[in-house]
Design a protein around this ligand. Sequence first.
Ligand code: FES
Length: 580
Amino acid sequence: MTFKPATWPRKLRSQEWYGGTSRDAIYHRGWMKNQGYPHDLFDGRPVIGILNTWSDLTPCNGHLRELAEKVKAGVWEAGGFPVEVPVFSASENTFRPTAMMFRNLAALAIEEQMRGQPIDGAVLLVGCDKTTPSLLMAAASTDLPSIIVTGGPMLNGYFRGERVGSGTHLWKFSEAVKAGEMTQAEFLEAEQSMSRSSGSCNTMGTASTMASMAEALGMALSGNAAIPAVDSRRRVMAQLSGRRIVQMVKDDLKPSDILTKKAFENAIRTNGAIGGSTNAVIHLLAIAGRVGLDLTLDDWDRCGRDVATIVNLMPSGKYLMEEFFYAGGLPVVLKRLGEGGQLHKDALTVSGQSVWDEVRDVVNHNEDVILPLDKALTRQGGIAVLRGNLAPLGAVLKPSAASEHLLTHRGRAVVFEDIDHYKARIDDPDLDIDETCVMVLKNCGPKGYPGMAEVGNMGLPAKILKKGVTDMVRISDARMSGTAYGTVVLHTAPEAAAGGPLAVVRDGDMIELDVPNRRLHLDVSEAELAARLAGWTPGHERPESGYAWLHQAHVEGADTGADLDFLKGCRGAPVGKDSH
Ligand code: FES
């Protein structure tokens, strides 16, 4: 921890708009005054942008305007000037073709909203899956002092006395209906029980994972990730974060001070300990790319390999975020990692303290939720990075969500050329498939879908589910919801639409998955594979204009974070020319 606070007072960038007596200053202040702001608010105090991803169509963030009021209260208390700014909000459950296609667009728009306006520091008000990484990417590229406040998870769902986890039970129930174990009417009855309150998914899905990643990176105050959306302590957290960002601006504590390689290694290990989403791989690689850090897929395997999954939450375990909060939340996990020599204790956080200073005295209140090491869900909880002739640039698998008996498997490929082909074929009674086969889905990567949809956890054929089989090896260039589970190989790179070997897998090929040895192999000769690749031509139409064109033309592979190539790096927040 080498951070030295800047001297205060000093002139902030917002004074380039609001300071002085020039015509332009009067213009900028004068228009703001139509909202009733007194003149002395423009005296050089920190202007804090509360970047709010609230939207009625992002239901997971539907309560963020109320939370913004608490952030504002904190900013006022600390002597700042809060301004609430609505920003691009990509809902995981609404946006088509997939919210992931808009993560980079959101990051681009928000970066410019930060840079082009009189903002000295930002509170990033986020929750739903893509909102957290997109705002972190924007903050990293502007390098303005920033702090994350997440909206918090929903309360536990219950259906007929059983816990119901967001997403996780959607997949479970829909497979139960296909298997004839649940009626459609029961499924509909379960619908409301899945979403009992405001907030994001209550499982350790991508939203909870990214909230945990933000905290483990040091970009949120300690304890932020797990507080339920409707708990009064969520509002306290918002207010405290509002206070804190004002001091961060005075100290000039920036994302580049916090987002170091050590911070990312802490986050990767944390992801293993919590059984976090595979989506964190892509998002952390992209955020690291924005601060110019050399973070790779190999770092994921190296750092995560020996981390035990000790958080007993769905989809890997039994409980939900509400119980995680009552048990002590992420600080307990970070403390465990620290005690086990798996945490860079001196990594700096937004509090100005080291991560270890924040967590060293916390207590685990429930050892059935945050497990002792000898009862870990798995001893190797990190993300497994697979390579081989089917994934020369890598593919990922989450061991804690996979079936032990399938981690080493050889099977016959059943190939789906794209998601429509899969949907058309999967329940065809004549489909030649059994539970030993390997399901292969192509053209669902960053360029292919486009946007890399969460379709990698393909549902099994009804005829196999009816035998009581619940898992098969599945391979694709897609992503998978953080709430999903199964022996699912994801993010295969290069993707099929970019001419990766996945594109030339054929029905009947034999595929070998060997997770302990990190291997993914297509059992055809080198010559045969080379001949097939030489004969490959792109099979999908390309958008001719609009954002879809921009995305497809510039998106990079999943192995480096699927950012747009021209957005990587930190551009800072220089004050541009005035418009008048
Ligand atoms: Fe928004 Fe899960 S769909 S948090």
